[in-house]
Write a protein that binds this ligand. Structure first.
Ligand code: SF4
Length: 668
């Protein structure tokens, strides 16, 4: 139902860049917001964002499984039965037999509430999909500079002298940020792009480095080798603001550009030239994405990249680290504590003072201290019978998790699966209860984008059918479970509660958050004069090359990697329900090098079969600019049937490297 009134400002429900949309509540026409961060721009996903929300396929009322059928029930019955069953499972098996998976698409308030429910219920089994994207960045950043986020705002990008873009294709994943990069280039910034295929972003590059998958550390160490040998590093910064330089200096000496050429495929002369130009630029941003983190060496890959920034003093005023976030509120979900090893604000569970502070705010003596399960560990825990019930909001692990066959098997085994979502996703098909959630435009709330800017999103429509905003459902659930402190009558009451946990927000109020520019948490620029480590200094950590989990061989000669496409988003549950976006979408195809295709007698658009040790899928082929021996598959729909679920230290699977074979199917 339309609510009328003036134009509403709404945060885009798709990527983590965080554009604001201006939505006319009468016509539902979307226009771009003129101010920060999108400056009058939107990509097609933002422009057509209202379409999926209005889909006829929305879940209309709470549903309960009765054998093979899903039957409508009332909200009262749903909450009562779910609460009763969760309490029963806790009584018999303990609180850690239940796991909660939050969503990177719901608001800060809603993420805050779900982690509050989990911890008051008695478990730290609360996680979100940050686990499968940038958790490796968080671990590496926390270890080296003391904070786990992007250090600088987007606006700084256009003023830096150089930009190093690594394993990240902003032109397709965060299309609006490309305008900041273009502006920097216009002002003379050198652009270096590192990827495993020739991406659209490389059209902007002064240096295009197409590397062999899994060789990132070798290239990063070779860049440092050049900078150190030629004494181009920032001696003063290293001396005053870092520790551990001598270990890194020693470690990178063997990673000569010539050695790196053999391993990565990038010519040594180009590595030397790019390293010099990056160092001599005087300031620089390093931006990275899943191409860096989704490896078994994900944490070490990020450490290697951070070392480059530390070597040159490119953090704070003269540079910035930009781990670019995927979903619109993945940064907020993590910051609000929907992670199994951190409380809100990335405060470790072991921090007794903060734990007590949280407990006292919530009206209890204490909260659990033991780390909970990572999202990626839940599936084996179900197999082991350690997890009996799973509560999932807005995530679709039956498609988004690596090697998803084992995830589906685990979902089938659960005693209780509750899915809170807009649609009957592939995951929801296994659910015992489905709770209809309202869409982004049917509720108020705050969201945190990749630059840590918290923005307020306004309600445009009344909730469709019998759906409810996630915060209302969670308030009902908290009460149903008998937990203290769930008497919220407005979303702002939850905002005020999370504000009270952050000292930086003490002086702020909700009106500041609702203002034109939102609020940066903890502040706009981090580490301008000291790092958040115990001694205030950043730590260099030397890293050596770590091979992928699987190696290619005669049987599986190709390295399979996953990529994203501009008109698609994650598992397609939103974008495929947008008629305008589906018109723009081509059929997802596997990208293969021309010489490999010729050898295998594959032509453009041929149907091919791709097989890994986990199974096979079929897809049409596209001959394109990818290195020999590498095939790139869009990750959105079925690729994860065959991707590798080996985890790195932060719990992220190696989506970016599976040994594979490819052939034309006999029947095709
Ligand atoms: Fe939405 Fe990202 Fe596109 Fe902006 S760039 S409109 S935030 S999907």
């Amino acid at each position: 139902m339309l609510i009328g009134g003036s134009v509403k400002t709404v945060v885009c429900p798709y990527c983590g860049f965080g554009c604001k949309l201006l939505v006319d509540p009468q016509t539902l026409i979307v226009k771009p917001y003129r101010g920060e961060p999108n400056r009058g721009r939107l990509c097609p996903k933002g422009l057509y964002a209202m379409e999926f929300a209005l889909s006829k396929n929305r879940v209309k009322r709470p549903l309960k499984r009765n054998r093979n059928a899903l039957k409508p029930i009332t909200w009262g019955q749903a909450i009562e039965e779910i609460s009763h069953k969760l309490l029963e499972i806790r009584e018999v098996y303990g609180p850690d037999a239940v796991a909660f998976i939050s969503s990177s698409k719901i608001s800060n308030e809603e993420n805050y509430l779900l982690q509050k429910i989990a911890r008051l219920f008695g478990t730290n089994n609360i996680d979100n999909c940050a686990r499968i994207c940038h958790e490796a960045s968080v671990h590496a950043l926390k270890t080296t500079i003391g904070t786990g986020t992007q250090t600088n705002p987007y606006e700084d990008i256009e003023n830096f002298g150089a930009i190093l873009i690594w394993g990240y294709n902003p032109a397709e994943t965060h299309p609006v940020i490309i305008h900041y990069i273009k502006k920097a280039k216009k002002r003379g910034a050198k652009i270096i792009v590192v990827d495993i295929r020739e991406t659209i972003t490389m059209n902007l590059a002064d240096y295009k480095f197409v590397i062999k998958p899994g060789t990132d550390i070798v290239l990063a160490n070779a860049i440092m080798n050049v900078i150190i040998r030629e004494e181009l590093y920032n001696e003063e910064f290293i001396k005053n603001r870092t520790t551990g330089f001598s270990e890194v200096r020693m470690a990178v000496m063997k990673y000569t550009p010539e050695y790196a050429e053999k391993v990565t495929g990038v010519p040594a002369t180009l590595i030397q030239k790019a390293a010099r130009e990056f160092a001599l630029a005087g300031s620089g941003a390093i931006m990275w994405g899943m191409g860096v983190t989704q490896h078994v060496s994900g944490v070490e890959n990020v450490l290697a990249i951070i070392n480059i920034a530390l070597l040159l003093g490119y953090i704070g005023n003269r540079g910035g680290l930009y781990p670019m976030r995927g979903q619109n509120n993945v940064q907020g979900a993590a910051y609000m504590g929907a992670l199994s090893e951190f409380l809100p604000g990335y405060i470790p569970l072991e921090d007794e003072k903060f734990r007590k502070r949280v407990a006292s705010l919530w009206g209890v003596e204490n909260i659990p201290i033991e780390r909970g399960l990572y999202l990626t560990e839940v599936w084996d825990a179900i197999e082991r019978d350690d997890i009996k019930a799973l509560y999932i909001i807005g995530e679709n692990p039956a498609v988004s998790e690596a090697n998803f066959g084992r995830v589906r098997k685990a979902l089938r085994k659960l005693d209780l699966l509750i899915v809170q979502d807009l649609f009957i996703t592939k995951t929801a098909r296994y659910a015992h209860y489905i709770l209809p959630a309202s869409a982004f435009c049917e509720k108020d709330g705050s969201y945190m984008n990749s630059e840590r800017r918290i923005q307020w999103s306004e309600k445009v429509l009344e909730p469709l059918n019998d759906s409810k905003p996630d915060w209302k459902i969670l308030t009902m659930l908290g009460k149903g479970l008998g937990l203290p402190g769930f008497n919220y009558s407005s979303v702002e009451e939850i905002t005020k509660e999370y504000f009270s946990l952050f000292p930086e927000l003490e002086e702020k109020d909700i009106e500041d958050l609702k203002s034109e520019n939102g609020i940066f948490l903890p502040r706009k620029r981090l580490h301008t004069w000291e790092f958040a480590t115990p001694n205030g200094k950043a730590r260099f950590i030397a890293v050596e090359q770590i091979p992928p989990w699987e190696s290619t061989n005669g049987e599986y000669p190709f390295a399979l990697t996953t990529v994203r496409l501009i008109s698609h988003y994650n598992t397609g549950e939103m974008t495929l329900r947008s008629p305008s976006l589906t018109k723009l979408m081509g059929e997802p195809k596997i990208l293969i090098n021309a010489e490999d295709a010729k050898y295998l007698e594959i032509e453009d658009n041929d149907l091919v079969e791709i097989e890994t040790r986990r199974g096979k899928i079929r897809m049409r082929a596209k001959i394109g600019k990818v290195a020999r021996g590498v095939v790139a598959v869009p990750f959105h729909f079925k690729a994860n049937k065959i991707t590798n679920n080996a985890l790195n230290k932060a719990g992220t699977p190696e989506f970016k490297f599976s040994a594979a074979k490819i052939r034309k199917p006999k029947s095709g």
